[in-house]
Design a protein around this ligand. Structure first.
Ligand code: GL9
Length: 795
């Protein structure tokens, strides 16, 4: 620790010519980032040597998205030096929390899928498993959201400005990626060779982010690739006076890693996205293979020493890329290369939403990646032939990789991986029984489940230090090390003083959030009210609209039926994909409701609506500990798992949810008396849509629905979209909000009643915290380790 503070002082002197007394907060920030990074790099040196010596198997986790969250606090916490650094800074007149605020929140992901990848990196590192993450160094992460007159606006997020201090540039490990051009077969004295001609080379530059673990010697790495033109700019054009053309190719090359696609559960086949996918998978695969060859002098044992995990289909070009490298660069035959490939890859599916299952048109794909296309096509030919040979009565319409001139990436992943898993029990069952049923028939045992998990060290330990400290003293077990031990809390279920203490901590977190709300929206919220929270991407299937409809119902009842409900604060935070018009309309609707209520003194005594802009990891860390109610109200069958549901439960919020994704497992963990469940089941949803869902019938047949929607129309003032949204609900309602409305309402009433029984609510909350152990990312990753990857800790 002494050496750490000395290093801070030295850095300030050398870098800025400043003593700590004269330093600015910005300088302190930079010093802390750099010194922490270098300390981790030094630790990694010892760790990596042990790893190399042991020659053990490693995992490479491929993901287009890693939503890492702020790194500084996490690293100081994990290194166990947070409180010393805090004291040292405060002795010198600085507040560590203010330094933390300077760090940008790296938004290298859209939502759950990206955050899951980061939770897994953290958990695996804490458990000392050898894992390396690979992704793209996006210059601009997910956009910054600003709400203006209720409408979302997007602004660029230039996170590298201040975020770069956490990265280590490894110029020694650059690689070249080939796009376009042609490949020719050429007979040489060694046999048939593939020759690449007229291709466009792009350079991938590696930047490493150190991933620390809790109380461990392990330090893993997230490697992020940045694109660069090969050889600067075109000198020939430059000399001819074509200055702008000479830099054009450079600009195109560098656009590959320019920005994160802000699409959530929706993947349009865009040229730049194919390039991003191939860019980072090719760079990563080239590096993996090279390192392996250097260590073992052969690639024959690749599958024994390496697992490549594909996080959704976005990195699926890893598969043909490995085939290409093995055949074209290391002279393996097709059969031998294929044998290695299908033992190396494992694939996780994260969604069954049709619009999210990636497909590429052959016409778009082939010119950009001609050799890769040939390989995919050959994989498909052989697969289709194999299906016919085994004589299975199989459905090639469903299974063929290339179908109607589209390449279906999930099919490629299933055919080429030894393991395919879903992310909750329900989701994995749907994959087997429905989405991929034919595959499940021909590949018995290939499909498995690993229910998602969360990094409790961040989502409890760091986000809620008050609760952590209290539980530590009470339970006398190290639940931060092993979350399953948190179940000891159950012993205190009948202890009123414990219930009271938990309630007091919740209150502290609500007061903190109320301050943030005041500062950021100007709204004053009542910290005695129920904090009812829905925070996640804005998507119709997640049904923020159902939540909004309930608020409109309450408004009507307060205004016209003298209802005096227990006070409630409805808190929303969500980004909408920039091209998703309906999602933006739902944000507008929520903001309009908020405004109308705020103008009405009669109503705002009871209910308030807060929309917090720019949802991101660091904002989630503020909202989650303060939540009483966790809204997990997706249409059943649509949310593959959800992970916010787990974070909220861990912090003592009670779930109001449908039987969807991991809600089902939360229900099983806490029992029916400690959760509020409503709505159609996923089978009922399927049946109803097969029979033909007509929302208008629900509108006509239910007086409460009719009255609520009719009332909604009266709120329209021309600038708002109440009429438009009312029409949408009555005429379309694709995710069946109206079908579930009455049962949702019933559970909302039950919540209101239960909340007023403070002991009962406190006990339910306690039971939720105590049963959250199974949702730790340590549990989830241990399942990957044992059931899928078969790797060992680095000793
Ligand atoms: C998602 C699912 O929709 C979630 O239900 C799931 O919890 C996560 C992690 O498995 O994956 N799939 C997906 O495409 N997204 C998910 O959140 N979307 C984003 O990450 C934006």
């Amino acid at each position: 620790m002494d050496s750490f503070t000395k290093a801070i002082k030295r850095y300030l002197e050398k870098r800025f010519g400043n003593s700590i007394e004269d330093a600015s907060e910005r300088q302190i920030y930079q010093a802390l980032m750099v010194i922490t990074r270098d300390k981790l790099a030094e630790k990694r040196y010892h760790y990596i040597n042990k790893l190399k010596e042991s020659e053990q198997k490693r995992v490479y986790y491929m993901s287009m998205e890693f939503l890492v969250g702020k790194t500084l606090r996490n690293n100081l916490y994990n290194l166990g030096i947070e409180s010393e650094v805090k004291n040292f800074l405060s002795e010198n007149g600085f507040v560590l929390d203010k330094i933390y605020d300077i760090e940008p929140d790296p938004g290298l992901g859209n939502g759950g899928l990206g955050r899951l990848a980061s939770c897994y990196m953290d958990a695996l590192t804490s458990q000392e498993y050898p894992i390396t993450g690979f992704s793209i160094l996006y210059e601009f992460g997910i956009f910054k959201q600003v709400i203006s007159n209720g409408w979302q606006q997007e602004f660029p997020d230039n996170w590298l400005d201040l975020g770069k201090y956490g990265l280590i540039y490894r110029s020694d490990e650059e690689v070249e990626i080939k796009f376009y051009g042609e490949t020719k077969e050429q007979w040489t004295s060694d046999g048939l060779r593939i020759k690449y001609e007229d291709y466009t080379p792009i350079i991938a530059e590696p930047y490493d982010l150190m991933i620390s673990g809790y109380e461990t010697d392990a330090v893993n790495v997230l490697r992020l690739w940045k694109s660069k033109a090969s050889g600067g700019f075109n000198m020939r054009l430059f000399e001819q006076g074509e200055y702008s053309k000479s830099v054009e190719s450079k600009a195109i090359a560098e656009s590959i890693s320019k920005l994160l696609y802000p699409a959530d559960d929706n993947n349009k086949g865009k040229e730049l996205r194919i390039k991003q996918q191939y860019f980072f998978t090719s760079a990563s695969l080239q590096q993996i293979v090279k390192m392996h060859y250097k260590a073992y002098n052969t690639l024959d044992n690749l599958a024994e020493k390496v697992v490549i995990h594909i996080n959704d289909t976005h990195p699926s070009l890893c598969i043909p890329e490995l085939m290409r490298i093995l055949m074209d660069e290391y002279e393996y035959s097709w059969d031998k290369a294929w044998e290695i490939t299908i033992k190396t890859f494992a694939y996780t599916n994260h969604t069954i939403m049709a619009e999210a299952l990636e497909k590429w048109s052959v016409d778009l794909f082939r010119p950009i990646l001609p050799r890769i296309y040939t390989i995919i096509s050959e994989i498909n030919n052989r697969f289709c032939k194999w299906c016919k040979d085994i004589g299975a009565s199989v459905d090639l319409e469903e299974m063929s990789i290339i179908h109607n001139d589209m390449i279906r990436m999930a099919n490629l992943c299933i055919v080429s991986s030894y393991s395919v898993n879903g992310v909750s029990k329900l989701h994995s069952d749907i994959l087997k029984k429905d989405t991929f049923k034919s595959f499940n028939r021909i590949y018995p045992g290939k499909f498995t489940n690993v229910t998602n998990g969360i990094a409790h060290r961040r989502w409890l330990g760091q986000a809620n230090p008050e609760l952590t400290k209290y539980l530590n003293e009470l339970l006398e077990v190290d639940f931060i090390k092993d979350l399953s031990s948190i179940e000891n809390l159950l012993e205190y279920k009948s202890d009123e003083s414990v219930i009271n203490n938990l309630e007091n901590i919740k209150k502290i977190k609500k007061v903190q959030l109320a301050e943030y709300i005041k500062k950021n929206t100007g709204l004053t919220v009542d910290t005695n009210s129920i904090f009812d929270v829905q925070i996640k991407r804005l998507h119709e299937y997640k049904r923020q609209l159902l939540n909004a409809l309930h608020i409109i119902y309450l408004y009507k009842e307060i205004k016209y039926n003298a209802l005096k409900p227990y006070p409630r604060t409805f808190i929303f935070s969500a980004k909408a994909s920039s091209g998703y018009v309906m999602a933006k309309n739902i944000i507008k609707l929520i903001c309009s409701i908020s405004e109308i209520i705020e103008m009405d003194p009669e109503v705002r005594k009871y209910i308030k609506v807060v929309f917090l802009e720019d949802y991101r990891v660091s904002l989630a860390e503020k909202i989650i500990p303060a939540a009483d109610v966790s809204e997990q109200i997706s249409q059943a069958g649509k949310e593959a798992s959800g992970t916010g549901n787990m974070k909220l439960m861990l912090n003592g919020a009670l779930t109001l949810g449908t039987m969807d994704g991991a809600n089902v497992e939360i229900y099983n963990a806490v029992g029916k008396d400690n959760i509020f469940i409503f709505g159609l089941s996923s089978e009922e949803v399927s049946d109803l849509s097969e029979r033909g869902y007509r929302s208008e019938e629900f509108y006509q047949n239910s007086s409460v629905i009719k009255e609520t929607i009719d009332f909604m129309r009266t709120l329209d003032n021309g600038d708002s979209n109440f009429n438009y949204m009312a029409d949408y609900l009555v005429s379309r309602d694709p995710y069946m909000c109206l079908a579930d409305f009455e049962s949702y309402l019933e559970q909302q009433k039950l919540i209101e009643k239960t909340y007023q029984d403070r002991i009962k609510w406190g006990q339910m909350s306690l039971v939720n915290i105590a049963n959250s152990g199974i949702f730790s990312a340590d549990r989830a990753t241990s399942e990957y380790v044992k059931e899928i990857w078969n790797i060992k800790k680095v000793k």
